[in-house]
Structures are given as C-alpha cells and as structure tokens.
Design a protein around this ligand. Sequence first.
Ligand SMILES: Nc1nc2c(ncn2[C@@H]2O[C@H](COP(=O)(O)OP(=O)(O)OP(=O)(O)O)[C@@H](O)[C@H]2O)c(=O)[nH]1
Ligand SMILES: [Mg+2]
Length: 330
Amino acid sequence: MADPTTSPVKLQRLRERAARPQYELLRYLAETKVARVQTQEDRKKLWYDLRYNRYAPLFLNQIKPRMKLWAAALHESQLPLARLPEIAMCGRSNSGKSTLVNYLCGQYCASMRRAPGSTTELYFWKVGRPAQLCLVDLPGYGFAEAPDEKRLQWTEFTLWYIRARKNLKRVLLLIDGRQGIKPADREMISYLERHNVPWQIIVTKSDKVPGKTLAKRITIMKEDLSQFRKMVREPIPVAAVKRRGLETLREILTELKVAKEVVKDGIRTMVYDLLEQRRVRNRAKRQRRKDRKEALKAELETKESETKESERAESDAEAGGCFGMRNRSS
Ligand SMILES: Nc1nc2c(ncn2[C@@H]2O[C@H](COP(=O)(O)OP(=O)(O)OP(=O)(O)O)[C@@H](O)[C@H]2O)c(=O)[nH]1
Ligand SMILES: [Mg+2]
C-alpha cells in the first residue's frame, strides 16, 4: 500500500473518509440543494425550474439589479475612482468567477467560457441603480489559454490591485468544489493574509459533487483554514448555474454596501458614494469643530465679563468702604 504521507491525493482521500461533517452543515446542504441532485424527481424539478422559471433575484434590496461595466483595467491609470466598496472574485482560471458575478445579479453581462483564460483584464461591474457595490471580476491564476507575457501582466497587476486598493472590502476566493484547495490557492491565501485583506472561500460548481463528499470536503477546508486571521466567514458552497446557494452570499454582500443617510436642506437622501460620504463626514467634522470653537469663545467671553463685573463690584465695595470710613472719621 502507498504511503499516504508521500501521496497527497491518497492523504486527501483518507482525510475525507475520516471527516465527520457537522449536523448544521448537512442541514444547510439539504435545504439549499446545492450538491449534485440524486433522485429523478429532484432532477425533473431542477430542469423545470431552470427552463420555465424566470430568474429575478433580490440583491442589494433591488430585484435583478442593473449590472454595468464601469472599467476594464490592466494598468493603474485605467482603474476607476474609489467611489464604491469593491468585492473581488479571485481564484484559479475556470473556477467560475465570471459566472458567479452574472448569477448574483441575474444578468449575463460578464463573458463566461469553458476554456480557462476567458477573463484577461480586471472588470469592474457596478451593481444596482443607484450603484451601491462594485463586483470586480479578476483574471484567474494557474493554467490559462493565453500568451505568457499577457498572463504575467494580469497576474502582477491583480496582485498589486489586491495589495494596494483601499476600498477593496473583501476578496471572495473561489475554489472548484470538484478539486478542493490547490497549492496555488494556498499561495493566494498566504498573500491575502500577509497584506491583511479580508477574504472568504466560496466553493463553486457544488452541483457536480455528491452531497456527502461536499460536506466532508468543506469540513476539511474549515479545519485547515481555521488558523487564518483574515478569513471572515466559513466556506459557502454555491451552484451558480443551477441558481442554488446564492442567497446566503447575497445577504453577506448586502451587508458590505455602504449606505449613509444624509439630511441636506431638510431633505433626507441616501449616499452610496464613498467619496461623497467622506466629503459629508469631513464637512460635518469641520462644522463640529467650528461649533466647539464658538462655544469655547462664548464661554470665555461670559467668564471675562463675569470677572470684570466682580472686579467692578469689588472696587465699588472698596470705594464705598473708604467713603464710609472717611465719613465715620469725620
Ligand atoms: N456546473 C457548473 N458549472 C459552472 C459553475 N460555475 C461556472 N461553471 C462553468 O465553468 C466554466 C467557466 O466559468 P467562468 O465563469 O468563465 O470561469 P472563470 O473563473 O471566470 O474563468 P477565467 O475567466 O478563465 O479565469 C463555464 O463553462 C461555466 O458554465 C457552477 O456553479 N456549476
Ligand atoms: Mg472569467
């Protein structure tokens, strides 16, 4: 028998056999039906659902929110302004990044292809009307059907973007459910940890994995990744093309949109733009500082007038006393 410590595949298989998934996870998988359908009846239902039911998901409190291409960048100068909170889809080529962006919004704008290497630039998709969030479809790492120079260029720029972008709120690291975490994914995780970028794992193509295997794989992932500080949530399984398991992710992303209520000239408005929000915050800070200064000035003035009055009263009293003395002596 081959030594499992020398064969990673064998070791993985042994670990999967020994893994004991939690009851909550099994229940979640059964409720969302993200794993491979087993029965004929389920298969029929899914087929009917995909064929006849219209897909209009609720995301960012909007039904089928608008998805608009804001920018496609391969250079710093092509990046859009940091107006919206950004969520980046990151992962190996062909892991389903563009598909996830499309199915989250119920639109089919980002190009999806079977061959790895279909996304060759960083695509910034504004979501919602008014736009409230920006989904960034990153090019994948690992094998891709593209020239080496181009691949190097997009990999370098992607890494720079992840490291330097201030309004990048979260990186969704997409892992193909059939393959699990690969060495390239581990490198990406350590890169994210090194640069303090919050991340979470999304297990894609779950519809191609049987339920039990999926549960065990997710359990192993949780065990392996529990020591990472910047992993903000546990792995979430999704089956984008089957429209399953996306609700949880939508809820999480909705929490990340930044909305602020501002009262301007007596009218309440919501501000989603980060730059505008900063402007409003700075204006409020300046106003507060001005108010504080004025209050301090007024306090000083009242104190001064009080001291003057008390001095005057004292001098009057002194003058009165002298007069009294003089009166008495005379
Ligand atoms: N069955 C199934 N197929 C999926 C799922 N997500 C993506 N796919 C398929 O996987 C293939 C690749 O999807 P893409 O979204 O183009 O992958 P990508 O990560 O953007 O790939 P690159 O742009 O090359 O990095 C497509 O044929 C999709 O139909 C899923 O959840 N289930
Ligand atoms: Mg893509």
